[in-house]
Design a protein around this ligand. Structure first.
Ligand code: COD
Ligand code: ATP
Length: 198
């Protein structure tokens, strides 16, 4: 069984994915893949340097993530350019990994954590989708606390994504992560049972 998992930035996707993994699920994490395609030597990073210039690299040749983030999250056209470069490679790798894991053990739940699942129209890859939800103000507060971001930077990131309320309405299952960690854990355990995985 393969399930898509999404939500907004800092809504708790990694936290919830880890709870599913602790129960025995396998995980494909799009953010991990997105980092792999930006490693030195990868053609996607070379394309990004061509598009945005050498200033996105640190002296050791690795990507300066803060610098590239500053460029793209305040300029929708630049973000589209970056998405056009990165998303095809990320998409191919996601599909490869999730189908391989599913074939290895068809009984095992495979969770595919993709922040931009709806934005990139990847919903048709999955029979069912879980949205990890918190209200916008909680999302902003957790993002600023975790990344040490100012309000304007955090709002720019949120603006680059589909409204979390809309994602919640599209979901097959919603995990509300605005309460304490115990409440989230209970919801994951409940969904695990509901899916007949116990
Ligand atoms: C611009 C980059 C270098 C900024 O790196 P940084 O370390 O600051 O952020 P990180 O990669 O950890 O992403 C954190 C979160 O930002 C959000 N985010 C990242 N990229 C995007 C994007 N293109 N559009 C909207 N939101 C995004 C996601 O919610 C993600 O979980 C990096 O995000 C990147 O390479 N993005 C393009 C690839 C991509 O789309 N990745 C996200 C989903 S697969
Ligand atoms: N129930 C909770 N109560 C309080 N803080 C939480 C809770 N769940 C997650 N957090 C914190 O909120 C932040 C965001 O959580 P997490 O990293 O899981 O989100 P994410 O959706 O995976 O983020 P990203 O979109 O950046 O990949 C982290 O600092 C995490 O420790």
């Amino acid at each position: 069984m393969i399930m898509g998992l999404t939500g907004g930035i800092a809504s708790g996707k990694s936290t919830v994915s880890a709870l599913f993994v602790a129960k025995g699920a396998a995980l494909v994490d799009a953010d991990v893949i997105a980092r792999e395609v930006m490693l030195p030597g990868h053609p996607v990073l070379a394309g990004a340097v061509q598009a945005f210039g050498e200033s996105i690299l640190q002296p050791d040749g690795t990507l300066d993530r803060n610098r590239l983030g500053e460029i793209v999250f305040r300029d929708p056209e630049a973000l589209q350019t970056l998405n056009n470069l990165t998303h095809p490679a990320i998409r191919t790798e996601i599909k490869d990994r999730m189908y391989t894991l599913d074939q290895e053990d068809p009984q095992r739940l495979v969770i595919v954590d993709i922040p931009l699942l709806y934005e990139s129209q990847l919903d048709n890859l999955f029979d069912q989708i879980i949205v990890v939800y918190v209200p916008r103000r909680v999302q902003l507060a957790r993002l600023m606390a975790r990344n040490g971001m100012k309000l304007e930077q955090a709002e720019n990131r949120l603006k680059s994504q589909m409204d979390i309320e809309l994602k919640r309405r599209k979901a097959d299952y919603v995990i509300d992560n605005s309460g304490d960690p115990g409440s989230t854990e209970r919801q994951v355990a409940g969904l695990w049972d509901r899916l007949g995985l116990s």
